[in-house]
Design a protein around this ligand. Structure first.
Ligand code: 7RM
Length: 655
């Protein structure tokens, strides 16, 4: 976060209590209601979550035990059998919701589709049967690499239906990144499309899949299911690749949902950590389903009349929990939009809100800041009166952007819910409940009922109000990740040992710094590890460094984030070249392109600074703190006594 943002947040005093008429109709109507839920959950967590599991989900067989906690291993609802696809589809078919719109899709070049619950169910069943025909069994992994089209959600639900584990890879990732993720999870099948539309361009996803699978580089993959989207000549590998519109011919749309054990894996989702290798975050069936369901219901005060729109991509956890699983489990209408705002179409989001009468809108601060820049005339030219709740996620929101969102988009009528959470947490952890919580611009406010969040020092001691510390969670919750796929030790080390366990009390450490104010409100200060947040996308600096050093010209690289007015952070790479290479514009371009090929466009460095040396400690560690200051153009403050060669600083500064 920039100094200016921190400054404005520290002095933020405004509070916005929920309007009386809003509160009166909300699921959670007051702070007293909220506190009663929190007290109940604190005194009897198993009773609290068990009751919700009973009322909010359908079960084939009831659980025996709500929670078995052998830190850091949590098992929720053991002995129970359920199915997420059943909870998202089948159970609505026996109600009036059968013919309610489940998914409204707006495609980028102007096409659109609405699927009712009955229609979505049919599509999912048919795809599930096709997946089975490829020999995919319960527990097998299916890679999903898709544009934002209904088949992305259909593929996820089809996997869930038969107990296959999905691993969605964001469609903006490169062939190399896709291959690494397919290999790490040993995916047997890949579901993709010939392409999609992104920012006025056609992206050819299938070409990337071909590249990822070339030379048998992802040997676990046996088949590729391809959805036709862009109507372009596409290479189809005989025996391996199959068009969805062809293989589905004659396939039954009857496919009963497989009864799954509560702790069976639902999905893996790779996310960046502080090492070069992304972590496969594992979420399981019942706990995740319940948590996505309840957080959607309470934080968005979801009602049957709502049109719910989350603008994320299904390639991220936000898309998993709040486009697909949370809304559908609740029987809501969820909107999926293929477009992204861009200079050629700065009003596209507001068109969608107006056209479909969106009532709940959920987006990221980076988008809000881009809208501010594009000007009020775009939202002002549309009818946004259908909106009743606004949400934000992905990075800290500066009070100025919060106020603009509240005033210009929400007409000072809609509560703003700033939701703090992570891929690892499955759903919201710190968030207002819109009918209860008075909000403060820039604060994610208070923990969700049942979540025991705190700000501690490294030894697990509480930090006084208004001082920065580590954001932790002190009690397991149903939506928590269960492990890092294939690497339990990494799970334990990364999340549960950073803050030392004390007297049998374990602390989940999120990787974020935060402070609590005198009212107990949380103010998230951003990552304290080597993870940066560019436009709400989480990237590991070491991943980008590995990509850079895999180029023959690069001897060594160090990547840091630099505060950016719109994106939150932008990527600055300090690069030391091999002997025979010359710094210059050509190499600058080539290296940026190389990162795009290794990871994807979201990781393209904004700036590359060539240098003959990097600031290192005597033990050879790169001093990122110093590089961050240099990148931001700040004076270098703090201790530099551990620096091995002080002249490096002068050289780097001269540039
Ligand atoms: C949902 C998501 C997680 C990281 C997290 C934070 C940052 C997310 C907020 C936020 C401040 C927020 N999952 N973050 N939400 N920071 N306020 N409301 O983004 O796994 O991709 O990223 O994002 O640093 O650790 S994620």
């Amino acid at each position: 976060m920039s100094e200016q943002t921190i400054e404005s947040i520290l002095h933020e005093q405004r509070t916005f209590p929920p309007a009386a008429n809003f509160a009166a109709n909300a699921h959670i109507k007051s702070m007293a209601d909220y506190k009663a839920l929190c007290d109940r959950a604190a005194k009897d967590p198993e009773g609290f979550w068990g009751e919700l599991a009973e009322t909010e989900l359908d079960w084939f067989q009831k659980w025996e035990n709500v929670l078995d906690w052998q830190p850091p291993v949590a098992k929720w609802f053991e002995g129970g059998k359920t199915n997420v696809s059943y909870n998202c589809l089948d159970r609505h078919l026996t109600t009036w919701r059968k013919n309610k719109a489940a998914l409204i899709w707006e495609g980028e070049p102007g096409d659109s589709r609405t699927l009712t619950y009955a229609q979505l169910h049919r599509e999912v069943c048919q795809m599930a049967n096709v997946i089975k025909q490829f020999g995919v069994k319960k527990g097998d992994v299916v890679g999903i690499y898709m544009p934002m089209i209904p088949e992305a959600a259909i593929a996820m639900l089809a996997c869930a239906r038969i107990g296959a584990v999905h691993s969605v890879v964001f469609g903006g990732f490169s062939a190399e990144a896709l291959r690494d993720r397919l290999n790490a999870a040993e995916a047997k099948l890949v579901i993709t499309a010939d392409g999609g539309f992104r920012k006025d361009k056609v992206i050819t996803l299938k070409d990337q899949v071909d590249k990822a699978l070339a030379d048998d580089a992802a040997p676990s993959v046996e088949n590729v299911l391809v959805v036709r989207r862009i109507e372009k000549d596409t290479h189809m590998e005989e025996g391996r690749d199959h068009w969805w519109h062809e293989v589905r011919q004659g396939i039954s749309a009857h496919c009963p949902a497989e009864p799954m054990d509560s702790e069976d894996i639902l999905f893996i989702l790779y996310t960046s950590g502080s090492t070069g290798k992304p972590k496969g975050v594992v979420h399981t069936t019942a706990g995740y389903n319940l948590y996505a369901h309840v957080t959607t219901k309470w934080t968005f005060d979801l009602k049957d009349t709502d049109i719910f729109w989350c603008t994320a991509d299904v390639g991220w956890i936000t898309g998993h929990s709040y486009i697909v699983y949370g809304p559908l489990s609740n029987g809501a209408t969820t909107v999926m939009y293929e477009g992204v705002p861009r200079p050629s179409n700065p009003g596209c989001f507001w068109d969608v809100v107006e056209q479909y009468g969106v009532t709940i809108f959920y987006t990221a601060p980076t988008a809000i800041r881009a809208f501010i820049k594009a000007g009020d005339k775009h939202p002002n030219a549309r009818d946004l009166s259908s909106l009743r709740i606004l949400g934000t996620v992905g990075e800290p929101i500066n009070p100025k952007a919060w106020m603009w969102y509240y005033q210009v988009i929400g007409g000072e009528r809609c509560p703003v819910v700033d939701t703090w959470w992570q891929t690892e947490t499955g759903g919201f952890m710190i968030t207002p409940l819109p009918g209860a919580t008075p909000t403060k611009p820039g604060s994610a406010t208070l923990p969700f009922p049942g979540i025991q969040a705190d700000v501690l020092d490294l030894d697990g001691n509480e930090i006084p109000a208004n001082q920065g510390g580590y954001l932790v969670v002190k009690h397991p919750w149903p939506g928590m990740m269960r492990t890092v796929y294939g690497d339990f030790n990494r799970f334990r080390r990364s999340y549960w040992e950073h803050i030392a366990p004390k007297d049998g009390q374990y602390f989940y450490f999120a990787g974020d710094g935060a402070r609590k104010d005198e009212d107990g409100y949380f103010w998230i200060m951003g990552r304290v590890d080597d993870v940066i947040n560019v436009s709400g996308h989480r990237l590991g600096t070491m991943e980008i460094e590995s990509a850079l050093v895999s180029h023959p010209a690069v001897a060594e690289a160090a990547v840091v984030g630099k505060p950016d007015e719109i994106k939150g952070e932008s990527i600055v790479a300090f690069v030391m070249l091999e002997e025979d290479y010359e710094a210059g514009d050509d190499l600058d371009k080539a290296l940026k392109q190389h990162v795009v090929e290794e990871i994807g466009a979201i990781a393209r460095p904004g700036e590359i600074r060539f240098s003959d040396d990097l600031p290192k400690t005597r033990s050879g560690k790169i001093m990122r703190r110093i590089l961050r200051s240099l990148a931001a153009g700040e004076e270098i403050s703090g201790d530099t006594s551990t620096l091995q060669d002080r002249s490096v600083l002068d050289k780097l500064r001269e540039r």
